[in-house]
Design a protein around this ligand. Structure first.
Ligand SMILES: [Zn+2]
Length: 127
């Protein structure tokens, strides 16, 4: 990850924190336990696979309703980071709807999702 991307991630997390809707999301205790048990590398892989499969196509299936509210830390993180559907991705991240996401875009959005998950885990240490 280069400096540009790190700056983009911290700026975007800051922007999202000013949205009452986005800022209210937190992981459940179950999600945190799952993320810690699986480890960062595995959750990172899940994030990339899930984003590619669910929002990566030009016209994703059930777009706007394809991301459950809970059930996997990546789902919750997607709502928190506005990577849940192509409408939110267009509005917040300025990637137009109607075309497939590039690998670079999928990876950037997955890095954002992972940064959000890492921050939640840091803010809620395991006891
Ligand atoms: Zn959305």
């Amino acid at each position: 990850m280069d400096d540009d991307e790190l700056r983009w991630i911290s700026g975007t997390l800051e922007r999202l924190s000013r949205s009452a809707f986005r800022a209210k999301f937190v992981l459940t205790d179950k999600d945190r336990a799952y993320a810690r048990a699986k480890g960062k590398e595995t959750i990172d892989r899940h994030a990339r696979e899930m984003l590619r499969a669910r929002v990566g196509d030009a016209v994703p299936k059930n777009d706007g309703r394809q991301t459950p509210w809970r059930g996997h830390p990546v789902f919750t993180a997607q709502h928190a980071t506005a990577t849940c559907c192509r409408g939110c991705i267009e509005k917040w991240h300025h990637i137009p709807k109607g075309r497939a996401l590039t690998d670079v875009e999928v990876n950037r959005l997955a890095d954002l999702v992972m940064a959000w998950i890492e921050r939640d885990l840091t803010n809620h240490p395991a006891c």
